[in-house]
Structures are given as C-alpha cells and as structure tokens.
Design a protein around this ligand. Structure first.
Ligand SMILES: Nc1ncnc2c1ncn2[C@@H]1O[C@H](COP(=O)(O)OP(=O)(O)OP(=O)(O)O)[C@@H](O)[C@H]1O
Ligand SMILES: [Mg+2]
Length: 202
C-alpha cells in the first residue's frame, strides 16, 4: 500500500516537473536577459557620468545612476506581469468559449412530461429523419424512414461512414434533427425534456 502510494506520488511529481521545470528555466533565462539590459543601462549611465564629470552637477549624476538601477527591477516586474497575464488569460478565453457554446435543449420540460410508464412497448419509428452534424455540413442521414416493432431485435449494417453510429446519437438527441422525427411508442422524442428521454431509454 505504502509503496504504491510512493510510486503514484513520484509519478505525479515527475509529470508536474515536466511542466514546472521548463517554466522555471525560461524564467531564469528571461531574468538573465533583463538583468543584462538593466546592467548595460547602469553601465552607460555611470560611463557618461565619468566622462562628463567636469560639466554635470554631482547631484544629477547620483540621480541618474540610482534611477538607472531601478530600471532593472521595473523591467523584470513588467515582463513577469505581461507573461502572467498572457498565461492566465487562457482561462478567460476558455470560459468565454463555453459561455458562447450553443446550449442543449432543456433538461426538463414540464409542459411535455413523458407519459407515466413510457416506453411500454418499445416501438421505434423514424419518419423521414434527417441529420447533419453542424450547420453548413451535408446531411448525414438523408430522410430515413423505418419502423422497429417493440421487442424486435434488429441489426444495422452499412459500410463505414454510412451513419450507423449517427442513428444511435439521434435516438438520444445528442444531435438534434435537421428534419423529420423519431417516435418511440407514438411519442415524438423531440418534444420531451432531455432528461426524460435519456433516463427512460437507457
Ligand atoms: N463529429 C462529426 N462531425 C461531422 N461529421 C461527422 C461526425 N461524426 C461522423 N460524421 C460523418 O457522419 C457520417 C456518418 O458517420 P457515422 O459515424 O454515423 O458512421 P458509421 O456508420 O457509424 O461508421 P463506422 O462503421 O465507421 O462506425 C460520416 O460520413 C462522417 O463523416
Ligand atoms: Mg460507428
């Protein structure tokens, strides 16, 4: 038990380090570059102060050098903040994407409750059923009509891409119809709340 825990823990630390280590290495790399730039600025401020030591006021020299020292810190903070914002804004983007996602039909629909013991017989009828995966795509099921009697076992045959799996998705309304309807025991499933439909036929 203990060994398993240690092993699991080590694996997870390894996985975590795969992301953390490059991040830390990049951070250090950035720091070196930024400090180098800051150092150069300070160096030139000092150099010019020395070169013009006879003409410039000593107070001004002090101010310019101490200001240039602060540039390093400011640069680092600026870059860190900018890269943090860039990293974290991904979360906002993701939420925005989910907010804009088209919602499924209502989970419960009180105005169309499923009849008490529906489905009793299990008779499934497709009427001129059409289905496409997304607006603008071709129809995948181009108006299929068939009827399966209650208790009957059927096999669906067709080459790959014929639409066998799509039929199942249609039955659970994972994908909504582009036309036509599916009746189960004479109830049009497109009228039901999704929860009523999916819980009764699973
Ligand atoms: N997520 C999807 N987005 C767009 N088109 C899709 C998607 N899934 C399937 N299709 C298209 O729908 C058609 C029917 O696919 P489906 O998966 O129902 O076939 P299938 O008969 O189950 O095939 P297979 O025997 O390979 O399982 C295919 O032409 C496929 O290109
Ligand atoms: Mg399939």
């Amino acid at each position: 038990m203990q060994e398993k825990f240690i092993e699991e823990s080590e694996t997870r630390v390894d996985v975590n380090q795969m992301a953390v280590f490059p991040g830390a290495a990049c951070g250090s790399w950035l720091s070196v570059r930024l400090e180098l730039i800051g150092g150069l600025i300070t160096f030139f401020a000092a150099l010019f102060a020395v070169l013009s030591r006879d003409t410039v006021d000593p107070a001004l020299v002090g101010l310019s050098i101490s200001s240039s020292l602060q540039v390093t810190i400011a640069l680092t903070v600026l870059m860190r903040t900018a890269s943090d914002v860039e990293t974290n804004i991904v979360a906002v983007e993701r939420i925005k994407e989910y907010v804009e996602l088209k919602q499924e039909a209502p989970w419960e629909d009180p105005s169309h409750p499923a009849p008490g013991d529906w489905p009793t017989v299990g008779e499934v009828t497709f009427q001129d059923y059409q289905l496409r995966y997304r607006e603008g795509l071709d129809l995948v099921l181009k108006g299929v009509s068939f009827s399966i009697r209650g208790g009957e076992k059927v096999g669906i045959v067709g080459r790959t891409g014929a639409g066998k799996s799509s039929l199942t998705l249609a039955l659970f309304r994972i994908i909504e119809p582009a036309g036509g309807s599916i009746l189960i025991d004479d109830v049009d499933i497109s009228q039901l709340g999704l929860h009523a439909l999916r819980s009764r036929i699973t």
